[in-house]
Design a protein around this ligand. Structure first.
Ligand code: FMN
Length: 355
């Protein structure tokens, strides 16, 4: 039997196969609210047969949005539409996950496809924060260094975001600690020059993430699985390393994080990243085999044979697919056909089943 279609048992959830939809910002919300675009977008990937969907970076505070159109979960009013998205995902036998995020020094940027857009009425740019007052690049706004009181507020924002996510019905909460956003900025010595308990040595740099994990773990029920996405390396001399990622994985596994979703980069503009198929797989492999945590790998994985090989080689446990699922929501059905696996199709689509 193909590995790609073997279920994965988590403590209280079952992934029906190994293909997870990777979180991808749509920059299409308003005041953090999701709308019918998100309902259809996520619903159709659930119809398409992935085992779990990790909804895009969803901001825990308005200040933590990448753009003013990001989804948010900073107020109770956000819950209703999110719960409809969850329902649609569940109706199609798929687990629903949400990525909780704070963009740190990468907040308050334009929507990528509208770099010169005038913000819609009622919106303006906002002041941004980071562990240290170092801008992302020469074009970026200079962030304000967070005080310890402000750090405590952000931890609380994550906890409240998680509470709302539970109310909305999500099965998985993924903490976004990758791609140069706030938590990653604390992890990396390149962006964190603090002299207090949140900077300097490894235990201090991981402190924010650990405190967020602990505060979320306190309030989520057992059935909700906690995942973390990291950038395993900054691809930069003096930055966060794969060895530190392994050490972190061991610690957070013991705190009850079930899956580590292993990406890379995003901290600095100048990092040279060798974008090619499987380029991030060795990181997941090393972390999985040294820490024992369940890992997901992501990045330029676009076909069934490629994904199957990664699993067969025991380099990762889950395959996160991003852009290929934007091109082809039915990637999973096609993969099943290629790997000669007879998959159950939605009855409405049965007549179109690939044989
Ligand atoms: C449009 C777009 C939006 C993205 N938004 C997020 C996000 O919200 N959170 C995140 O962790 N990664 C985000 N990513 C990264 C993807 O999750 C994924 O890691 C990356 O695209 C590499 O995988 P792929 O080659 O399968 O697309 C985004 C990528 C794209 C293309």
């Amino acid at each position: 039997m193909s590995k790609l279609f073997q279920p994965l048992n988590l403590e209280n959830n079952i992934l029906k196969n190994r293909i997870v939809m990777s979180p991808m910002c749509q920059y299409f919300g308003r005041d953090g609210f999701a709308n019918d675009w998100h309902l259809v977008h996520y619903g159709s990937r659930a119809v398409g047969g992935v085992s779990a969907i990790i909804q895009e970076a969803t901001a825990v505070s308005p200040q933590g949005r990448i753009t003013y159109k990001d989804l948010g979960i900073w107020k109770d009013e956000h819950i209703l539409k999110l719960s409809k998205i969850v329902q649609s995902i569940h109706d199609n036998k798929c687990l629903a996950g949400i990525q909780l995020a704070h963009a740190g020094r990468k907040a308050s940027t334009p929507v990528p496809w509208l770099p010169n857009e005038k913000l819609e009425d009622g919106y303006s740019k906002w002041a941004i924060v980071a562990p240290s007052s170092i801008p992302f690049d020469i074009h970026s706004q200079k962030p304000k260094e967070l005080s310890v009181d402000e750090i405590n507020i952000i931890i609380n924002d994550f906890r409240e975001g998680a509470e709302r996510a539970v109310k909305a019905g999500y099965d998985i909460i993924e903490i976004h600690a990758a791609h140069g956003f706030l938590i990653h900025e604390f992890l990396s010595p390149l962006s964190n020059l603090r002299k207090d308990d949140y900077g300097g040595n490894f235990p201090n740099r991981i402190r924010l993430l650990i405190r967020i994990i602990e505060s979320i773990k306190q309030i989520i029920p057992k059935k909700v699985s906690l995942w973390v996405r990291i950038s395993a390396t900054d691809w930069e001399e003096g930055g966060w390393t794969v060895d530190e990622s392994i050490e972190l994985a061991e610690i957070i596994k013991n705190l009850g994080v079930e899956v580590l979703d292993v990406s890379s980069g995003g901290l600095t503009a100048q990092a040279k990243i060798p974008n090619k198929p499987n380029y991030q797989v060795p990181f997941a492999n090393k972390i999985k085999n040294n820490s024992g945590i369940i890992t997901g790998t992501v990045g330029l994985i676009t076909n069934a044979i490629q994904a199957e090989e990664i699993l067969e080689n025991k380099e990762a446990d889950l395959i996160f697919i991003g852009r290929e699922l934007l091109r082809n929501p039915y990637f999973v059905f096609e993969a099943a056909n290629i790997l000669k696996r007879d998959l159950e199709w939605p009855p409405q689509y049965e007549k179109a089943k690939l044989r």
